[in-house]
Write a new protein. Structure first.
Length: 187
């Protein structure tokens, strides 16, 4: 597996509105654990579309891994349309641009600004067809925008080998409990 697409909930879908929300720490840790396994299997590229939330946190994890032990891991940001950050707050735009500057590859699926929800469908199709696997932070029991990507991936899977790894709220809860146990054992 050379290229994985990482996606999941938007920050607002998780009720996360501050960058120092404790939930972000655990989501990033879950992403990091999954990426370390994939890196051991030959992962070379991580692709995200750069949406606020799981995708941006995943990009941060890739950048962190690159700085520490995996200098060869590459980050691609393929947005659904040009200037997707146009209506974001200045703080989010700044964060987004800092991530984009460290990416190895940046492009847009449609070479125009937003004009149709179809651009998101095209992004999902492109992402699935151009990657070897999907890592999705999504729980089917808690609805959200990732369901459309998951549907696209499952349809693609009918005719192509395409592993889908989902990290659910149960998985995150187990991770939180595991980390808290480590803290208790430490003290």
């Amino acid at each position: 597996m050379k290229v994985v697409y990482i996606s999941g909930y938007k920050a607002s879908e998780l009720g996360i509105f501050k960058e120092n929300d404790p939930g972000v720490v655990y989501i990033k840790l879950a992403i990091k654990k999954a990426l370390l396994q994939l890196l051991d299997q030959g992962l070379e590229w991580v692709m995200v579309s750069g949406q606020l939330g799981v995708e941006m946190w995943a990009a941060e994890v890739v950048i962190e891994l690159r700085k520490k032990d995996y200098p060869d891991i590459k980050l691609a940001i393929i947005t659904p349309f040009l200037e997707q950050e146009g209506n974001w707050s200045d703080k989010n735009k700044e964060w987004y641009h800092s991530i984009i500057q460290t990416a190895n590859y940046v492009d847009s699926v449609t070479k125009r600004k937003y004009d149709s929800p179809a651009q998101f469908r095209l992004k999902n199709q492109f992402a699935i067809q151009k990657t070897d696997a999907l890592l999705l932070i999504y729980d089917e029991e808690r609805d959200g925008s990732p369901k459309y990507l998951l549907q696209t991936a499952k349809q693609y899977q009918e005719n192509h080998p395409y592993p889908i790894t989902q990290i659910t709220f149960y998985d995150l809860q187990l991770l939180v409990e595991e980390e808290q146990q480590k803290q208790n054992d430490f003290y």
